[in-house]
Design a protein around this ligand. Structure first.
Ligand code: AMP
Ligand code: GLY
Length: 423
């Protein structure tokens, strides 16, 4: 199978790594990729947001018969219709249509789908005027949760006890969703779907705040782990029945079936599970931890979703062990990341820690001399597996300790509480 992955973050490196270990994959390509994907996948300097260019790459340039599977990683190309452009060329694509990706692209749309499907989520108002904003903030009280309706690259959500700050963000958004505050631990649950059948993956937890102890600003995610020893063993079945399947059924009923990866961001509140948000793609960095434990070859699973054949796909196989991912971020991330610094120590990890620990690249590039330089806010996702979370943590942090990047920061407490509680 010839596979093309679109995107260039650590999630795409994790996808490429798993695909490179799949015996059914005969050729692997990535556009645009990064310095890490280039180790396992042929790079192509194509703009991920350009549907025509991606479709042409998939159909015409990847050998005589084109790609057998295209996987679109990030949300922006999905919302821009890149999966549609590929599908129109008759190529199986893992990733929803632009219409179905509105589940992530518009929070108001997601709320509407959830209301129609009876999916439990925070009560909310969609507001467009200052009067509506003030009424909604007053109705819910503090802490205030204010969400830009559209895609905002992780900067759209403000959760604050400060009414003036909540109001300021809401007024800057245009269309805004103001909702009830949900208390309780968060879980990321991913499901692979062909628009009809829903196959949940194992749950993971993300660490959104920049610094230890959940301090500091919100980020794209500073680390993740899987499994969740503290979670109810029935959680996945419950979310499948009350969230994932009803959402997929509702989108199919509307004539805009969702095929690809449905990501449910959940809060486990005292009153039950509630959806915080949907995403239309694999989460980053949770994917790094989840795929580290998936034993079922990835290409066949994603192709079955892309071709509507999940109903007959065999049950997924998972390792019994654990996986932990620690993100190394640039100086100044998330506010103003510094780029262009050399990354040292990658060979040491490859020589001394592999295969249990390995480095996935996010914002990296190669300079003319072939050195790896930082090229974004989140630079590396150091991932490790182990018999349990404690061992996976130890290995991940040992590998992190071998890497140097001037001014970088990472959290020291990824999976710490879960590992201690499991002992
Ligand atoms: P989102 O971009 O929707 O994932 O929101 C980013 C983060 O804001 C989430 O991971 C939560 O930590 C927090 N958040 C979003 N919505 C709520 C809510 N209704 N109650 C509490 N926290 C929330
Ligand atoms: N880790 C959060 C996200 O991928 O949106």
């Amino acid at each position: 199978m010839k596979v093309l992955v679109i995107g260039g973050g650590a999630r795409e490196h994790a996808l490429c790594r798993s695909l490179s270990l799949d015996p059914d994959v005969t050729a692997l390509h990535c556009a645009p990729g990064n310095a890490g994907t280039a180790e396992v996948a042929t790079p192509h300097p194509v703009d991920a947001l350009d549907g025509a260019a991606v479709a042409a790459l998939a159909a015409d340039e990847l050998g005589l018969t084109g790609a057998d599977l295209v996987i679109v990683g990030p949300e922006a190309p999905l919302v821009a219709g890149v999966a549609d452009a590929v599908r129109e060329r008759g190529i199986p694509v893992f990733g929803p249509s632009a219409e179905a990706a509105e589940l992530e692209g518009s929070k108001a749309f997601a709320k509407d789908v959830m209301a129609a499907a009876g999916v439990p989520t925070a009560r909310s108002y969609v507001c467009t005027t200052a009067e509506e904003i003030d009424e909604a903030l007053d109705a819910f009280g503090a802490p205030y949760v204010v969400k830009d309706d559209g895609l905002a690259a992780g900067k759209g959500v403000v959760v604050t006890g400060d009414l003036a700050a909540a109001r300021e963000h809401a007024l800057a958004c245009g269309r805004v969703v103001i909702e009830e505050f949900l208390d309780g631990p968060e879980v990321s649950l991913f499901a692979v779907t062909d628009g009809e059948t829903v196959v949940p993956l194992q749950p993971a937890q993300d660490f959104k705040r920049a610094y230890d102890g959940d301090e500091g600003p919100n980020t794209g995610g500073m680390g993740a782990y899987s499994p969740l020893p503290w979670a109810d063993p029935k959680l996945v079945d419950e979310v499948q029945a009350t969230v994932l399947q009803p959402t997929v059924d509702e989108l199919r009923r509307r004539g805009t079936p969702f095929s690809g990866l449905l990501y449910a961001g959940l809060a486990i509140t005292s009153r039950g599970v509630r959806v915080i948000e949907f995403n239309a793609r694999f989460g980053d960095p949770e994917t790094q931890a989840v795929l580290a434990r998936l034993k079922t070859p990835l290409a066949g699973l994603l192709r079955a979703a892309a071709t509507g054949q999940l109903a007959t796909f065999p049950p997924l196989r998972w390792s019994d062990g654990a996986a932990v991912t620690v993100v190394i971020a640039s100086q100044g991330y998330p506010a103003s990341p510094r780029t262009g610094d050399p990354v040292e120590g990658l060979e040491a990890v490859a020589e001394q820690d592999a295969p249990e620990a390995y480095v996935l690249h996010a914002g990296t590039r190669l300079d003319e001399a072939g050195r790896v330089l930082s090229a974004g806010g989140r630079v590396l996702s150091v991932t490790a597996t182990g018999a349990d979370l404690a061992q996976a943590r130890e290995r991940a942090y040992q590998a992190v300790g071998r890497i140097s990047l001037a001014g970088s920061h990472h959290r020291g407490d990824i999976a710490q509480r879960a590992a201690e509680a499991a002992e």
